[in-house]
Design a protein around this ligand. Structure first.
Ligand code: DAT
Ligand code: MG
Length: 142
């Protein structure tokens, strides 16, 4: 399997709850290398653009409101099969349905306030990484 990169976001509820460190610890414990990382206070325009695929959904206004409540931490994580592997440790969108021991099961409050984001395909990972990071901000190391 190929080395991949995925975009992770630690969402406002987890930042406010001081769980940045606990969540990053899970990424590293699962074998991901952090190759880029920044804290961002999203603007409404940035939040809307990031989740543009959902803009017609009834939950979109709630999602936008939530994302503006505190800064987020955006990270690029690298590992073999990173996209699928990250989705496994993240858990299902709704924390109530997320498998025991996943990040969303442990730090999510509900289907909107669900602690973390992860890319869902190589195409979305490429778009989402470029959304937050210049190429020069994404590192490579052994
Ligand atoms: P995921 O974040 O698991 O990739 P998604 O891409 O379908 O899920 O949705 C993006 C975000 O939108 C999700 O993390 C939280 C919010 N969301 C999705 N479905 C929702 C729903 N039915 N009710 C409320 N918020 C929802
Ligand atoms: Mg998604």
């Amino acid at each position: 399997m190929a080395i991949e990169r995925t975009l992770s976001i630690i969402k406002p509820n987890a930042v406010s709850a001081r769980k940045i460190g606990a969540i990053i610890q899970r990424f590293e414990a699962a074998g991901f290398s952090i190759v880029a990382c920044k804290m961002v206070k999203l603007t409404e325009e940035q939040a809307q653009g990031f989740y543009a695929e959902h803009k017609e959904r009834d939950f979109f206004p709630r999602l936008m409101q939530f994302l503006l409540t505190a800064p987020v931490v955006a990270l690029v994580l690298e590992k073999e099969n990173a996209i699928e592997s990250y989705r496994e440790i993240m858990g299902a969108t709704d924390p109530e349905s997320a498998a025991t021991g996943t990040i969303r099961a442990d730090y999510g409050q509900n289907v909107t306030i669900n602690a973390v984001h992860g890319s869902d395909s190589p195409e979305s990972a490429a778009r989402e990484i470029a959304y937050f990071f210049a190429e020069s901000e994404v590192n490579s190391y052994e």
